[in-house]
Design a protein around this ligand. Structure first.
Ligand code: NIG
Length: 376
């Protein structure tokens, strides 16, 4: 059954030809967008919803989360706010809790966080393994995620657990998990995996037909960005500490720079250099990095507001980065955009324009969400 959503005060389509429309309407047919245009030209359909002048955007595309986990790291957060640095080793605390949880507990926790994100307008989610770090636990995380999210990434290379672990990741673990995931990722950072180790993981993933993502340049300068660009990764995520050569490499590539402002704030890092990247011509995405250690939020609205208020991005750039940019980072064309044929994922704000996302930071502005054509 087709639904006409009309009375749209401002419609962000992210389609270069359609642009941003005023007094617009959208027709949804099943799980797809069937028509987009000015309200006065809308076709007659079975059902009509008038959003009375509100702004409509594509649903958020959260292209970086770690949501297959159990446990809590409040104490680590408190210590950090008291001045302790963030260290990769905190991951081990979540690994222990995740291994001890049942499949049902992990799935319920994932569902709870996805529902929380959906209530805030997030309609497409990527999530990673990486809190299992044994063949059986990584496989279990991938299978749980596969049934519940849009995109699943293998992150067995999240923490180096000791001698022989790299061989395990690049061999038996990837063999076991490859059929369950589309992507592989590596935490390329001091305290996790160095450049050559990261390259080994990524090449082993390529050999098994997986797409690549990289955690790079999070806690200091490092080889992650250059490695991601050289190997044609879809995205390099964090990008907090970049040299000019890193920015140039990203600008001359199809690798998306995915910035995670909530993580930078929660780990007391500087905010990633969004303006430098955009001015150089790099493609930028924004994501939450929702995880219990470095960034425990599912709020894309918070990331957008931070990007505008503190990272020098315009509202248009930030909204694009959190929708179409996320889609680009996941190499998808069906989400993050509202045009005929796209997935019917819509986010209606209780506000007349997307500017209110930054103008009214911290205010829950989601008024309605459609995901795959269903009002949630
Ligand atoms: O993206 N950097 C590595 N992984 C996560 C942190 C995970 C954790 O601290 O539990 C991140 O920040």
């Amino acid at each position: 059954m087709a639904i006409l959503i009309t009375g749209i005060g401002e419609l962000t389509t992210n389609d270069p030809e359609l642009g941003t429309l005023r007094e617009a309407a959208v027709v949804l047919d099943g799980d797809r967008v069937a028509w987009v245009g000015p309200a006065w030209r809308a076709p007659a359909v079975d059902e009509r919803v008038d959003v009375e002048g509100r702004a409509v955007l594509p649903g958020w595309v959260d292209s970086h989360t770690h949501l297959v986990f159990a446990g809590d790291r409040t104490a680590e957060f408190e210590a950090r706010m008291a001045g302790n640095p963030y260290q990769a080793g905190g991951i081990a605390v979540t690994v222990e809790a995740t291994r001890a949880a049942s499949d049902d507990e992990l799935a319920a926790n994932l569902r709870r966080h996805l529902a929380e994100a959906l209530r805030q307008g997030t309609t497409c989610v990527e999530t990673k393994t990486g809190y299992g770090l044994t063949v059986a636990d990584e496989l279990r995380a991938a299978r749980i995620a596969r049934g519940l999210v849009d995109e699943v990434t293998f992150l067995g290379a999240h923490l180096n657990t000791g001698p022989g672990y790299l061989d395990l990741v690049c061999g038996e673990m990837l063999d076991a998990v490859a059929a369950e995931v589309r992507w592989a990722d590596v935490f390329c950072e001091n305290g996790a995996f160095d450049g050559p180790e990261s390259e080994r993981v990524l090449r082993a993933a390529l050999d098994r037909g997986l797409g690549l993502r990289v955690h790079g340049n999070q806690l200091g300068p490092g080889p992650g960005v250059q490695l991601a660009v050289r190997l044609g990764a879809a995205s390099v995520d964090h990008c907090t500490h970049l040299t000019d050569a890193d920015v140039d490499a990203l600008a001359g590539s199809s690798t998306v720079a995915t910035l995670l402002p909530a993580c930078d704030l929660s780990t007391r890092q500087p905010l990633a250099p969004a303006r430098r990247l955009l001015d150089a011509g790099a493609t930028v995405a924004l994501a939450t990095n929702a995880n219990p250690g470095s960034s425990y939020t599912t709020s894309m609205g918070f990331c957008v507001a931070t990007a505008v208020l503190q990272m020098g991005m315009s509202v248009d750039e930030a909204v694009w980065a959190a929708t179409a940019g996320g889609a680009r980072a996941l190499r998808r064309e069906d989400v993050g955009v509202l045009r005929p044929g796209a997935r019917a994922d819509l986010h209606v704000l209780d506000a007349p324009s997307a500017t209110h996302l930054a103008y009214r930071p911290g205010v829950p502005l989601t008024w309605a969400v459609w995901q795959r054509g269903e009002r949630t």
